[in-house]
Design a protein around this ligand. Structure first.
Ligand SMILES: Nc1ncnc2c1ncn2[C@@H]1O[C@H](COP(=O)(O)OP(=O)(O)OP(=O)(O)O)[C@@H](O)[C@H]1O
Ligand SMILES: CC(=O)N[C@H]1[C@@H]2OC[C@@H](O2)[C@@H](O)[C@@H]1O[C@H](C)C(=O)O
Length: 401
């Protein structure tokens, strides 16, 4: 037997494993690195996050990725070069974290790497009759494995696509295994660049569980701030939005995209919700001359309104839902206050902290759970194609040498 296969076989048989989850989201703020102790598998999965950090990206990373990110046309040579470059960078970042945490790389069973999404195009979003769904993540796992010396499981989304899904949201698998609870109807809400939710009724009925993208979380607000407020990446504490006034015609135009009329579950991305989208809505409503503050106030309300609609829709099918929020959006006090006001039927808004998972680490942890399932799980039992859930084991294995 190849020694790497033997090592994986041993890892799979251990009662618990050390897995580093890596998530690089649509916000391009940094690489989330979560060192997790994962005990058991399947519905018996337990997680302890031993260390977590976000390694911030420098301007070189952001500039290079933005040249290809969510762009229908770009330099194919650059995409080809970025794939190994991002992987090597992520590997270096893991090495840096392990050094800081004083953790021996040999103690890590596997790294779980999401990679960097550069394009997402479900069938509902493209016009090619002969294609179904597609999504592309770069940051080659072979580079991470070779750079760190640690076996790396990555490229999780392609199996979901191969099995007929849209390649997202994958949150549903980990959310179901780790957060479902027989005493509470739960909605796990993540507000990153794009907002998504997982609905977990207390009945535990796997056929009722689903996960869906909602629409923009922070992505348009971030883009606007980066364009108009030099040196700022996002509207810290919603300070800008708080001083503006919501413009109702612009808000209505923003809310009128066909995506919002599609039934849940569905997926989307910054390919649709971007500055060009805002610009078109401004032209349509003759609001090009609004102050930056008013635009930000309107964008904040836009995110709140579409998220609230999705939450209220879930709350119709299960009483007394409790929302557990995660992602950078929880640090936006205006957004959180608006959600509270717009969702009277939600019993309570909490953070995943209340379920022992740091809300900033949650997505990285979810990929650690997916890798754990790939390694030690049994046959995937969540399987409901009508709800966009492909019953497959996800992830590809890269060895260090
Ligand atoms: N203090 C803060 N005030 C306001 N907004 C904040 C704050 N901190 C973070 N955010 C928002 O959260 C964003 C980062 O969120 P997160 O890291 O969850 O996104 P992501 O994982 O890249 O996105 P996705 O989940 O769509 O892939 C920032 O770009 C910013 O918009
Ligand atoms: C294609 C892609 O990268 N999608 C991300 C993105 O960021 C949030 C939302 O859009 C979600 O669908 C997904 O990530 C999470 C982790 C998921 O798959 O559940």
């Amino acid at each position: 037997m190849h020694p790497h296969i033997a090592a994986l076989y041993n890892s799979a048989q251990k009662p618990s494993r050390l897995i580093i989850g890596l998530m690089s989201g649509t916000s391009l703020d940094g690489l989330d690195v979560a060192l997790c102790k994962v005990t058991g598998a399947g519905i018996n999965t337990q997680i302890e996050v031993l260390n977590f950090t976000t390694v911030e990206y420098n301007n070189e990373y952001k500039t290079k990725i933005k040249q290809v990110f969510a762009k229908r046309e770009c330099d194919l040579e650059l995409v080809t070069l970025l794939h190994p470059w991002v992987g090597k960078l992520h590997g270096d970042m893991v090495n840096q974290c392990l050094h800081t945490w004083q953790v021996n790389p040999a103690s890590i069973d596997v790294i779980a790497s999401h990679g960097q999404t550069i394009y997402h195009c479900p069938q509902s979003q493209h016009n090619h009759k002969s294609f179904t769904n597609g999504t592309l993540q770069i940051g080659d796992s072979d580079q991470i494995a070779v750079t760190t010396g640690i076996t790396t499981i990555g490229d999780f989304r392609q199996k979901h696509i191969a099995a007929g899904g849209e390649g997202a949201p994958l949150a549903v698998y980990g959310d179901y295994l780790f957060f479902a609870n027989p005493n509470e109807n739960r909605i796990l809400l993540n507000m990153g660049g794009i907002a998504n939710l997982t609905f977990l009724p207390k009945s535990g009925d796997a056929n009722s569980v689903f996960s869906s993208d909602i629409g923009p979380g922070n992505t348009i607000m971030d883009g606007y701030v980066q364009q108009h407020f030099k040196g700022m990446h996002f509207d810290d504490g919603a300070k800008i939005a708080k001083t503006g006034k919501v413009n109702t015609p612009l808000l209505n135009a923003l809310c009128s995209n066909a995506f919002f009329k599609l039934a849940l579950p569905k997926t989307t991305g910054p390919e649709v919700f971007n500055l060009a989208y805002l610009h078109a809505a401004q032209l349509q409503t003759n609001t090009q001359h609004l102050s930056h503050e008013d635009v930000m106030a309107t964008l904040n309300m836009f995110s709140a309104a579409v998220i609230a609609n999705a939450l209220n829709e879930c709350a119709q099918s299960a009483k007394e839902c409790v929302v557990y929020a995660s992602g950078g959006g929880i640090h936006n006090p205006l957004l959180m206050a608006q959600l509270n006001t717009l969702c009277p039927s939600i019993k309570a808004f909490k953070n995943t902290d209340d379920l022992s998972i740091n809300p900033d680490a949650k997505e990285a942890v979810l990929f650690a759970i997916l890798a754990n399932e790939c390694l030690a799980g049994e046959q995937q039992h969540l399987n409901n194609t009508a709800q966009g859930i492909a019953g497959v084991t996800m992830g590809k294995v890269s060895f260090a040498d």
